[in-house]
Design a protein around this ligand. Structure first.
Ligand code: PEP
Length: 249
């Protein structure tokens, strides 16, 4: 499977800063065709960046959506609006689950909206440090998958990002062994629900990935790429992460 590297910029970079980042990465990344690269900037940068990616191998994603298509939902953005601007959408990031109380039901509705519009959802799952210490990590992951994907018949386009909460933004990534072990558990859960489709689902690792540890993660059999937060904000660091990911090709 072609490695997939997704940048999650979170609430960082103005439109001008986003364009300046793009100008620095376009040439180096255009030489790397063996890795799929996706940038998820804030909504405000999507329109301008969409013009910049024309003719390049870089794809765009959004960091969130609302599940309704249109109507009186002040401040929200729908998948039909995003469809003109990007092809991926992050759903269920742990910051949204905790800071904005997003439930598995809401995540399920968002996933359905993204899939119905033909966009690719990146479903984020991951356990807290308490769940890991108590030995409940597998159960938490299993429930997030079952509830998140409830009554979703087709997962042709799904991407899953395993992001243990204790590794996000802490500078302390999970070991590649833990990430691989959890990816196997995730793949077997998907197999239970969808059969052989599970072999085609990219499973990414996320949590303090950087240019030094990326190679270790993507060299594991069941890790097909990474979701990168802070290390994706600096063009040099991001180019180096994408470049180091070429290992699996
Ligand atoms: C993230 O927020 O998805 C993430 C992985 O962040 P970081 O790389 O900064 O840990």
């Amino acid at each position: 499977m072609k490695p997939l590297i997704i940048a999650n910029w979170k609430m960082n970079k103005s439109v001008n800063e986003s364009l300046s980042f793009f100008n620095q990465i376009i040439d180096p990344l255009s030489k790397i065709n063996s890795v799929t690269t996706v940038i998820c900037p804030p909504f405000t940068s999507l329109s301008e960046l969409n013009k910049s990616i024309a003719g390049t191998n870089i794809k765009l994603g959004a960091q969130n959506i609302y599940f309704e298509n249109n109507g009186a939902y002040t401040g929200e953005i729908s998948t039909s609006m995003l469809k003109e601007l990007c092809s991926y959408v992050i759903v269920g990031h742990s910051e949204r689950r905790t800071l904005f109380n997003e439930s598995d039901l809401e995540i399920n509705m968002k996933l359905k909206a993204v899939i119905n519009e033909g966009l690719t959802p990146i479903l984020c799952i991951g356990e807290s440090i308490e769940s890991r210490t108590n030995g409940n990590a597998n159960q938490v992951i299993g429930e997030q998958i079952t509830k998140g994907l409830e009554k979703i018949a087709s997962i042709n386009n799904l991407v899953i990002a395993y992001e243990p909460i204790w590794a996000i933004g802490t500078g302390k990534s999970a070991s590649s062994e833990i990430a691989q072990e959890m990816s196997v558990i995730i793949r077997s859960k998907i197999h239970e629900l969808y059969g052989v489709m599970s072999e085609k689902i990219p499973i990414l690792y996320g949590g303090s990935v950087n240019s030094e540890n990326i190679k270790d993660f993507v060299s594991k059999d069941d890790i097909n790429g990474a979701l990168v937060g802070s290390a994706s904000l600096d063009p040099k660091s991001f180019i180096s992460i994408v470049s180091e990911s070429q290992i699996q090709t």
